[in-house]
Design a protein around this ligand. Structure first.
Ligand code: ADP
Ligand code: MG
Length: 256
C-alpha cells in the first residue's frame, strides 16, 4: 500500500516562512481534503507533495523514495498533479491535451491501444465526451477544469493531487467531481484535494487537514477537524456545524 508522507516540511521564500514543520502521512484509498484561508500554504504544500517544489527543510517521501530524487518519468507515472491555475500554452484539441496525461508511458513507438483505452476511460470519467474535439481555448473555465481532471486520470495514477479542482465548476459538476474523487479513492487511488467549500469538504473527504499560517491546525476525520474553535482560529469567523438535508453544513455566522 502506497504512502505519501512528509516530515518536518518547511518552505521559506526570501526570508518569509510559508510552511513550517508540516508532518503528514497520506494513504491511498482515501480522499484527503486540505483546507485553510487564502495564503495558508495549501498550494505550496500540494506542489511539495507532488515533487514539483523542493522544500527548504524536511523531505517528502513516496514509500521509501525521496520524491525529489525520483526520476521525473517514474514520479509522473505514479502521481498526477492538477495545478490551481493551469497554463495551457497553445491551442490544442481537448483530447490531445488529455493524451498528454499518458506521456510518462508512451514509448518510441507512440500511442498503443492501451493508451487510447486509458484516454477514453478518463474522458468518460470526467464527462468531457461532448467537447473532446474542441480547442481548449474555446472551452468555459469549468469545461477546461474537467479536461484537466481527465488529463490527470489518463495516466491512471496511484495518486491524484488536485489544487482547487472544484473552483469554477457549477453545482452539478461539483457533485460529479466529488463523486469521481470518491470512486477513485474506493478504487485505491490516493486523492488529495484543496477545497474552499467547507461543507463540500465535509461531505467528500475521509480526512481533513486544516492549514493556517503555514502549519497544520487540525488533521482529523471531517466532523472532528472543522470544529467551531478550529474555524475561528483558521478563518477568523464564528461558524457552526449543522446537519442539512444533503449532509453536514458549515454555517458561517460572522467575522470575529
Ligand atoms: P494558498 O494556496 O493556501 O492560498 P499558497 O501556498 O499559494 O497559499 O501561498 C502561501 C503564501 O506563500 C502566500 O502568502 C503567498 O503569497 C506566498 N508565496 C507562495 N509562493 C511564493 C513565492 N514563490 N514567492 C513568494 N511568496 C510566495
Ligand atoms: Mg492556493
Amino acid at each position: 500500500m502506497s504512502l505519501l508522507s512528509c516530515s518536518r516540511l518547511g518552505v521559506a521564500v526570501g526570508g518569509k516562512t510559508i510552511l513550517s514543520d508540516v508532518s503528514l502521512a497520506l494513504e491511498v484509498g482515501k480522499v484527503t481534503a486540505v483546507v485553510g484561508p487564502n495564503g495558508a500554504g495549501k498550494s505550496t504544500l500540494l506542489s511539495c507533495l507532488a515533487g514539483l517544489r523542493t522544500p527548504s527543510s524536511g523531505s517528502v517521501m513516496l514509500d521509501d523514495a525521496v520524491l525529489s530524487e525520483m526520476k521525473p518519468r517514474e514520479r509522473a507515472r505514479r502521481l498526477a498533479f492538477l495545478p490551481q491555475t493551469p497554463e495551457i500554452a497553445w491551442p490544442v484539441e481537448a483530447r490531445t491535451l488529455i493524451e498528454l496525461g499518458r506521456t510518462p508511458f508512451v514509448g518510441a513507438r507512440g500511442q498503443t491501444a492501451e493508451d487510447r483505452t486509458a484516454v477514453d476511460r478518463a474522458i468518460a470519467a470526467a464527462h468531457v465526451e461532448a467537447f473532446e474535439h474542441r480547442i481548449v481555448d474555446t472551452l468555459s473555465g469549468g469545461e477546461r477544469a474537467r479536461v484537466l481532471i481527465a488529463r490527470g486520470l489518463a495516466g491512471e495514477p496511484e495518486w491524484l493531487l488536485a489544487d482547487e479542482p472544484l473552483t469554477g465548476l457549477d453545482p452539478a459538476h461539483q457533485l460529479d467531481a466529488a463523486a469521481l474523487f470518491r470512486r477513485l479513492a474506493d478504487d485505491g487511488v490516493g486523492v488529495v484535494v484543496t477545497l474552499h467549500d467547507l461543507s463540500m469538504a465535509l461531505r467528500t473527504a475521509d480526512r481533513i487537514i486544516v492549514l493556517a499560517e503555514g502549519g497544520v491546525l487540525a488533521d482529523e476525520p471531517p466532523a472532528m477537524a472543522l470544529t467551531p474553535e478550529v474555524l475561528r482560529r483558521a478563518y477568523g469567523v464564528e461558524a457552526t456545524l449543522t446537519e442539512g438535508p444533503g449532509g453536514p453544513l458549515i454555517d458561517v455566522i460572522r467575522r470575529v
